[in-house]
Design a protein around this ligand. Sequence first.
Ligand code: S3P
Length: 161
Amino acid sequence: MRKIYLVGYMGSGKSAIGRRLSFYLKLPYYDMDHEIVRREKMTIPEIFETHGEDYFRQIETDFLRTFRDEYCIISTGGGVAVNPENRKIMRETGLVLFLDATFPDIWKRIHRDKNRPIVQRSTKEELEQLYHERRKAYKQAAHITIKTENRTLRQIVEYAG
Ligand code: S3P
């Protein structure tokens, strides 16, 4: 096993779990969104506004194609596993963990978020529909699915590790 990728919908806990998992396994941690923000010198909403979503999706794939650190934990953005090429890269270069949270839990965490363009432009119903569509992609990407409901961060990390 080389890399561990965390996939799942916005607000499923990828970053929080990724950070703790990195501590637990003593591996470096990367948050894909932060890496993209650093490379582009723009926030995610600015990238969407200035260059459009297709451009953002392209940089996500470029990141996966070019990222060289071998033994590490990477939390991906919620849209990454939708692209079959991204799923293929992740499955071939590491272990993919799907953090499967329920929509009500996710909604509580994301509905006030100003930093997620998909949340900003969508209704609750649209976000719920997207959640169901994307779950199929997360399952296709994943080697392991972890249901997060009623589990503490510690339990999830111990299970994943
Ligand atoms: C997105 C999820 C975000 C970020 C961008 C698009 C998506 O990441 O990549 O706003 O399409 O679901 P998080 O899953 O970390 O919120």
